[in-house]
Write a protein that binds this ligand. Structure first.
Ligand code: HEC
Length: 121
């Protein structure tokens, strides 16, 4: 009994120090990685690089809607939309990207995401 409490406590403490948005990472792996790659690097001219990305840096307000609606094909390939994702799930994905692979954008709150999703028709 005591040792299981200790294990639980250790897990809780470790998750407090985990700043990598584990849930967002899982969504990214499931939904985005097949195209944008595990390290965000994309594929040359076909799929945009999301690592150390000026697009990510400069278009924070557009990201929630981009994920929900996808991107029409402007060169070789379109990006599918993810209309079923909740604001919470979108926040997790964006915050994982914002804090990964040399991106350094501030963490977005659910409120900010919801606000930006209002304009997403
Ligand atoms: C089927 C492949 C595919 C999947 C899956 C995919 N994307 Fe994309 N994504 C693309 C392509 C292709 C573009 C560029 C479309 C164009 O402009 O022609 C793009 C564009 C983007 C952009 C804009 C980047 C820029 O520099 O213009 C972002 C941000 C992005 N995707 C994030 C995501 C996220 C987050 C996910 C998962 C929720 C995801 N993508 C899933 C193919 C994909």
């Amino acid at each position: 009994m005591k040792s299981s409490c200790l294990i639980l406590l250790t897990c809780l403490l470790m998750s407090c120090h985990d700043t990598t948005f584990v849930q967002g990472k899982r969504y990214y792996e499931d939904l985005c990685q097949s195209c944008h790659m595990e390290d965000g690097s994309g594929l040359e001219a076909v799929i945009p690089n999301l690592a150390a990305s000026s697009y990510i840096k400069n278009n924070q307000d557009l990201l929630p809607c981009l994920i929900r609606k996808g991107v029409p094909d402007t060169s070789f390939l379109a990006m599918p939309g993810y209309i079923d994702l909740t604001a919470y799930e979108i926040a997790n994905i964006i915050n994982y990207i914002n804090t990964s692979w040399g991106n350094n954008s501030k963490v977005q709150t659910i409120n900010e995401i919801e606000e930006n999703l209002k304009d997403c028709l």
